[in-house]
Design a protein around this ligand. Sequence first.
Ligand SMILES: Cc1cc2nc3c(=O)[nH]c(=O)nc-3n(C[C@H](O)[C@H](O)[C@H](O)COP(=O)(O)OP(=O)(O)OC[C@H]3O[C@@H](n4cnc5c(N)ncnc54)[C@H](O)[C@@H]3O)c2cc1C
Length: 213
Amino acid sequence: MTASNKKGLGDKVELFDDGTLNAKDKDVVVIGGGDTAMDCVRTSIRQDAKSVKCLYRRDKVNMPGSAREVANAEEEGVEFVWLSSPKKFKGTNKVESLLVDKIELGDPDESGRRKPIIKENSEFEIKADLVIKALGFDPEELPKLFQEERLQVTKWGTIKADFDTMETNIPGVFAAGDIVRGASLVVWAIKDGRDAALSISNYLQLKQKQKVA
Ligand SMILES: Cc1cc2nc3c(=O)[nH]c(=O)nc-3n(C[C@H](O)[C@H](O)[C@H](O)COP(=O)(O)OP(=O)(O)OC[C@H]3O[C@@H](n4cnc5c(N)ncnc54)[C@H](O)[C@@H]3O)c2cc1C
């Protein structure tokens, strides 16, 4: 998505230009059923992919993404392969196909959605030149990444911050956006950024006053 956006804005993107991150003339398979998956399938169509399939382990009723986006994607030629779960990538040097299991839905799980269960001996193969895993993301080990063992994180691995000031447990260190909220929205990142900027300004002014006094 980043490569595609940069290209759209006129940047030189080597991995796009050499075809690695370009869906043109490829059989594309996107794995996942959320909003990111919908962005990936529709971007692949705009890049003139030969075919675009979306693999999702539940059915249409139980998918997390927006129903309108699914309808739009279908109109644009995306094929949804419902109740399917990838098992193995096949190919020599590069991916050539995917082995996929069929799924049946069991009782609702803790999220309220019906639990996907793999059907025995239901395996089938899908041709693919490009596979995009749109399966969400988790934070890295942030205290280790920032080489700051004192930094407190939540049980989800996001940074613990005061939601009024956006200050972390380390005085003078502030955090905002997805790194605090987990996968969220641009509007929240903007709000957090503004709140953090105000708090940083207050923090610095207080420090200055203390220095003078
Ligand atoms: C595919 C996709 C589609 C989305 N669609 C929507 C949508 O339609 N509407 C919506 O509201 N939200 C959407 N979102 C969510 C939205 O993009 C995020 O909520 C938002 O970008 C969070 O902003 P942020 O500033 O917290 O993080 P980011 O936008 O991720 O910015 C973090 C920045 O930090 C940089 N960085 C990372 N590590 C370091 C480091 N160690 N040193 C320096 N820089 C670093 C990164 O390169 C990045 O530029 C989408 C997300 C994805 C992945």
